[in-house]
Write a protein that binds this ligand. Structure first.
Ligand code: UT7
Length: 332
């Protein structure tokens, strides 16, 4: 059977560094609160005059292509994970296709929030395994800073969510590469972490231009405690599911790259699973929570730092809005 493997990784984060001190100067929060509850000390925000989700994705993709020894024209399909597309429609996949100067290749958008990159990777893995495509670009990219509520009312999300892009190139391989992917959702919890508007299922009078500035538009609503409690359970469940499916144990994991939701969540998983700290990669301290971009940014950084080597077993795991959760086990 044909398998797929990651042949190149890249990431791009905006230049502008937003410190906890800056956030404390514009809303009622503090460095101590943010560090203690989330582990984040700074994050990156775009310059909306020049950055778009698609052009950040293109920068990350070009790095991944270069590391893979490939050119733009080699890409046969794009899978783009984002919940913050440049337009309400079309998705950012086609905009990335345009940015990369590609003509007519297919581009698919995935809207599974923090689990989006693993869902995207799984889709690409199936396309390669089936023989449909030979080179697929898988991207996670977000611009969240332009919509978050920067008043004290929005402080539980404003200090967490941030911007960035990460990319991976998948190609066929005789040996697996991607050993397995595991995808889950539970829509009963959809409203525990969501942006309600501009949603379509609203009476016409609630959808008029004067309503655009009302409090529900683009406002991230998060029941942080509930999300946290479900996250720690589901993260561990889906990691164990991936290990069991491959007849492996936690000792086989060379590096766990969790979605960067909250440093406390990563540390909880690391302790409960009795993994040594160096086996869990974290960069939320510097980038905040970049939703679908967080795993490819973390993987790309870990690879660049020499923390992912040939034959290593890499475990990816994510949990977020939906609720959705997912894992992937990869032999490098
Ligand atoms: O990536 C997608 C998935 N998302 C997650 O996994 C996020 C999971 N949840 C979390 O990370 C945490 O729940 C948060 C970091 C969001 C919040 O931490 P918490 O320890 O659960 O705090 P809390 O929501 O229980 O709030 C405690 C207090 C509240 O004040 P009172 O009611 O006790 O007076 C909040 O109003 O902290 C207050 N608070 C803040 N204070 C200072 C909330 N946000 C802030 C803030 N600065 N930024």
């Amino acid at each position: 059977m044909q398998h797929s493997k990651i042949v190149g990784l890249g990431h791009h984060v905006p230049e502008k560094v937003i410190t906890n001190a800056y956030l404390s100067s514009i809303m009622d929060t503090s460095n101590e609160w943010i560090m203690e509850r989330t582990g984040i000390s700074e994050r990156r925000w775009v310059d909306p005059a020049k950055d778009t989700v698609a052009n950040m994705a293109a920068k990350a993709s070009r790095i991944a292509l270069e590391r893979a020894g490939l050119k733009e024209k080699d890409i046969e399909f794009i899978v783009f994970a984002t919940i913050t597309p440049d337009y309400f429609f079309p998705g950012s996949g086609v905009l990335l296709q345009r940015e990369l100067g590609l003509e007519s290749i297919g581009a698919l958008d995935i809207r599974n929030a923090c689990s989006g990159f693993i869902y995207a990777l799984s889709v690409a893995d199936q396309f390669i395994k089936s023989g449909m495509y030979k080179t697929i670009l898988v991207v996670g990219a977000e611009i969240q800073s332009t919509a978050i509520d920067l008043s004290t009312r929005g402080r539980n999300t404003a200090v967490i969510f941030a911007d960035g892009a990460g990319a991976a190139i998948l190609q066929p391989s005789d040996k697996p590469g991607i050993l397995s992917t595991h995808l889950h959702s539970d829509g009963r919890f959809a409203e525990e972490l969501y942006v309600r508007d501009p949603g379509s299922s609203r009476p016409r009078e609630e959808r008029q231009p004067e309503q655009i500035l009302d409090t529900t538009h683009y406002k991230v609503v998060m029941n942080g405690n509930q999300v946290f409690k479900h996250a720690v359970v589901r993260f561990m469940e889906v990691i164990k599911e991936a290990l069991a499916a491959n007849h492996m144990t936690k000792e086989d994991i060379s590096l766990l790259v969790p979605h960067q939701a909250n440093l406390r969540i990563s540390q909880y998983i690391q302790e409960k699973m009795e993994l040594s700290p160096e086996k869990v990669y974290n960069n939320i301290m510097r980038y905040g929570n970049t939703t679908a971009a967080s795993i490819p940014i973390a993987m790309s950084e870990a690879w660049a730092e020499g923390k992912i080597k040939e034959n290593d077993v890499i475990c990816l795991a994510a949990f977020g809005s939906g609720f959705t959760w997912a894992s992937a086990l990869i032999r490098w």
